[in-house]
Write a protein that binds this ligand. Structure first.
Ligand code: B1M
Length: 215
């Protein structure tokens, strides 16, 4: 079986203890990291999510698959950073919106952004409204990014933006949003400047926005 298929199957099964040698094997074969992420790991997560929706897989299955993808990402991360020099071209504050515990996609965005030389402050998951405000005051970021995977908690994004505006900070930052159910239309509806459908686009859009800001 081709290595990408093996990684896919192992992630679907949630066999997190078996993933390391497979990822190392893929790296040995000089398979592009983006290929490993997009064509086996993320694809497996989408499959698991779909099977969860239809009741064929359960919450513990999703957790095991998530643990497997996280273990794989830990192995891949140092290799991704090697591809770029860290020069701290700008600062991003990122967090998963209030009520949402998903963090794999957010962590991938962080890895990609760091790979582009950006400094990233990670507020974690289920980030309460004041935490973004405090982080902006403390770190003076160029961009504040929201990650959201649940349709329900995406409804908290306007409250996040309101908290930032009420603190008088809205004009100081570029807002960004992403996550499986997020669309460009959603971002436009709330006046969010930047939307990206995936982690590598997010990193590229961050750099573009920072370059435009510097003029
Ligand atoms: Co949950 N979950 N989950 N889950 N989970 C989804 C999201 C779901 C689509 C599954 C399904 O039913 N088909 C569904 C949401 C439906 C909806 O609202 N539309 C769902 C549900 C319902 C739930 C619970 C409510 C289940 C329950 O309790 N009954 C519950 C909610 C808990 C909560 O958050 N309060 C829940 C829990 C969990 C686990 C804890 C078991 C686990 C998360 C573990 C973790 O993250 N540490 C989990 C998982 C693993 C998933 C799926 C299977 C996989 C998500 C993932 O990691 N994908 C997911 C199914 C799916 O998405 N199809 C599902 C891989 C990752 C690389 O992709 O996160 O999309 P993604 O990130 C992408 C892009 O979206 C983008 O870049 C990333 C990489 O390219 N991106 C950004 C993400 N953030 C960005 C920010 C940016 C830009 C781009 O800023 C600019």
């Amino acid at each position: 079986m081709a290595i990408l298929d093996e990684i896919y199957d192992t992630t679907v099964k949630g066999a997190y203890k078996e993933i390391e040698p497979l990822i190392l094997q893929a790296l040995d074969q000089n398979i592009e990291i983006n290929d490993i992420i997009n064509n086996s790991l993320s694809k497996a997560m989408i499959y698991v999510g779909d099977k969860f929706s239809t009741g064929e897989l359960y919450m513990p299955d999703m957790l095991l698959s998530a643990k497997t993808m996280k273990a794989a990402m830990e192995i891949l991360k140092p290799h991704m950073k090697k591809e770029n020099h860290i020069t701290e071209k700008g600062t991003i504050v990122i967090g998963t919106v209030k009520g949402d515990l998903h963090d794999i996609g957010k962590n991938l965005v962080i890895t990609m952004a760091e790979g582009q030389g950006l400094k990233v402050i990670d507020l974690g998951i289920d980030v309460d409204y004041p935490k973004f405000v405090e982080a902006i005051k403390e770190n003076n970021p160029d961009i504040v990014a929201f990650s959201g995977l649940l349709t329900t908690t995406l409804g908290n994004i306007p409250a996040h933006i309101k908290a930032i505006a009420d603190a008088g900070l809205r004009d100081k930052v570029i807002l960004a949003v992403g996550g499986a159910p997020v669309t460009r239309e959603f971002a436009d509806r709330y006046g969010i400047e930047l939307y990206a459908p995936d982690a590598s686009t997010a990193a590229k859009e961050f750099v573009k926005a920072l370059e435009a800001k510097k003029g």
